[in-house]
Design a protein around this ligand. Structure first.
Ligand SMILES: Nc1ncnc2c1ncn2[C@@H]1O[C@H](COP(=O)(O)OP(=O)(O)OP(=O)(O)O)[C@@H](O)[C@H]1O
Ligand SMILES: [Mg+2]
Length: 503
């Protein structure tokens, strides 16, 4: 009898599923099943095969071997549309929205209500509004998706999935782009979707989140399923050991104090940009890691972009390494020794169809050029070194970056910023989507750069990261600095209070 109940609960079963891409074995003989009403998390290092597994479930990828059973019947999904038709939907790791279309268009795309041959725009729109209402996720339906910050764009993607009658929903790192209170809301939503009977596949690198939301946890390593277990039998440490195959080490490297006598390398005075931020002043000394905390939308990234020359100031001054960069362009800033790891690897960062080599070295070609032209050997060696330091898992530096897993793409951005030892490194959410092992190597990199005298401006929504890495923290709220915290008053509670204060 017990067997019968468990069978009824099972929605989707994979047996012996394998999938390779060229020489990479992304999945190896995976046996796994997903139950109705349960949140089943997939965890593992970057490149372990989590997204590939999710995409096999949705019909995006077809397995090379193995079987898939939906409700006890074998299925062969040739494309995601066939998956969608069976109620298998996904929220992808990289957003896949049409930037030039409205929120409502994106949510209803492919599912417009028609009257005869025509789209019934009014009904379609009503449907969109009803979905927003039902899941309590409200957005302006008419605004262009491209004009929204990433956190809001993701809501659009989630609403799009929810507007179909989903039986199984794959969430691939859904909170990677969200601030902590938005992540909380999302977890509640995930729970309530499971409670209403859907099978949830939840991919995340945030182990605390996984422990909180899951019923079942599966660990993947190098394409193999290491184990599937009841959440109650796992702890943070047991998961780390499972994911990395190694014993747990300290999360953060030790910090040495910066030279407080040294003059600041960056001085920002009273900078403002209408609608983004107002009257921001800050200094960073060589060797100092300054955290910029605050909620998503508080203006942190906008300040970083302005410092980096990517958007002009309405007023205020920026001086950097002795130069006045108040009106500088990005290329001026680069030349003077700034580097930026941007927030969104897809829109701001990578040329996905180009090689790792090109992506890492392109902004630095001047540095590898001498009287005899480009020194290809030096270029290759430097890129190779930086990719090793950041532990990018790849098949060769000449392969295109879109073949890398999401977290490895993130590491490429970091490798690029580290080339040529900038005087100031601005890192906007540098470990987003990066696995626990590789996170530590990025932390090591940041701290090493600081120890070598580089100044670091670190924007992070992960409060632990801010607490563990920064000498000093500026908290922003609604475009203004709401608080500056130094070692003796730097507590998690103080950062949170300042982030939520009116500003
Ligand atoms: N379309 C593709 N072409 C070539 N290789 C791919 C493709 N998609 C994935 N891979 C490779 O398959 C392996 C598994 O990738 P996958 O995206 O499933 O990892 P992941 O566990 O989701 O990692 P992350 O945590 O970084 O998102 C990686 O080595 C990746 O480079
Ligand atoms: Mg992935």
């Amino acid at each position: 009898m017990a067997d019968l109940t468990s069978q009824n609960k099972t929605l989707l079963t994979l047996s012996g599923v394998s999938k390779h891409f060229g020489g990479t074995q992304a999945l190896v003989g995976v046996d796994i099943s997903f139950e109705r009403g349960k949140v089943h998390s997939l965890i593992g290092e970057n490149g372990a095969g989590k997204s590939t597994l999710g995409k096999v479930l949705l019909g995006v990828h077809q397995p090379d071997a193995g079987e898939m059973m939906l409700d006890g019947e074998a299925i062969h999904l040739r494309n995601p549309a066939q998956g969608n038709d069976r109620g298998l939907v996904g929220i992808s790791q990289e957003l896949s929205l049409l930037q030039n279309r409205s929120v409502a268009d994106n949510i209803s795309l492919g599912r417009e209500i028609t009257r005869g041959p025509f789209v019934d725009a009014k009904k379609t729109r009503e449907n969109v509004l009803a979905t927003m209402e039902r899941f309590n996720m409200h957005l302006d339906p008419d605004v262009h998706v491209g004009a929204l910050p990433v956190a809001e764009q993701q809501k659009v993607e989630i609403l799009r999935a929810l507007s179909r009658d989903a039986r199984l929903i794959v969430f691939d790192e859904p909170t990677a782009r969200l601030a902590s209170h938005q992540a909380e809301q999302l977890l509640e939503l995930v729970r309530s979707l499971a409670n209403s009977g859907a099978a949830i596949v939840y991919v995340s690198h945030f182990l605390d989140e996984v422990l909180k939301v899951s019923d079942t946890i599966s660990i993947l390593r190098n394409g193999k399923l290491i184990r599937t277990s009841d959440r109650k039998t796992e702890t943070r440490d047991s998961l780390i050991v499972g994911v990395t195959g190694q014993e747990v080490q300290n999360q953060f490297p030790p910090l040495s104090p910066p030279d407080l006598q040294a003059p600041p390398v960056l001085s920002v005075r009273g900078i403002s940009r209408a609608g983004e931020f107002e009257d921001i002043s800050l200094d960073i000394r060589p060797g100092e890691i300054l955290g910029l905390a605050g909620l998503v939308g508080s203006g942190r990234s906008e300040v970083a972009h302005a410092i980096y020359g990517a958007s002009p100031l309405d007023k205020g001054q920026i001086s950097f390494a002795g130069a006045d960069l108040s009106k500088a362009s990005v290329s001026d800033c680069l030349k003077n020794g700034m580097a930026l790891v941007p927030e969104s690897r897809r829109d701001q960062g990578l040329m996905l169809s180009r090689s790792l080599l090109e992506n890492v070295s392109l902004p630095h070609l001047r540095q590898f050029s001498g009287v005899l032209g480009l020194n290809k050997k030096r270029e290759y060696e430097e890129v190779d070194l930086r990719c090793k330091e950041t532990r990018v898992k790849h098949e060769g530096l000449r392969h295109p970056v879109d073949m890398l897993s999401g977290g490895n793409q993130q590491k490429i951005l970091f490798a690029r910023a580290a080339v040529g030892q900038p005087k100031l490194l601005i890192a906007d959410e540098p470990t987003r989507g990066v696995d626990v092992g590789a996170k530590r190597s990025i932390y090591d990199l940041i701290v090493n750069l600081a120890n070598q005298g580089e100044a670091i401006l670190l924007i992070s929504s992960e409060i632990e990261e801010i607490m563990g890495l920064c000498h000093r923290v500026i908290v922003m709220s609604r475009g203004r600095i709401s608080k500056e915290l130094v070692q003796d008053n730097l507590t998690e509670q103080a950062v949170m209070n300042a982030a939520f204060s009116g500003g």
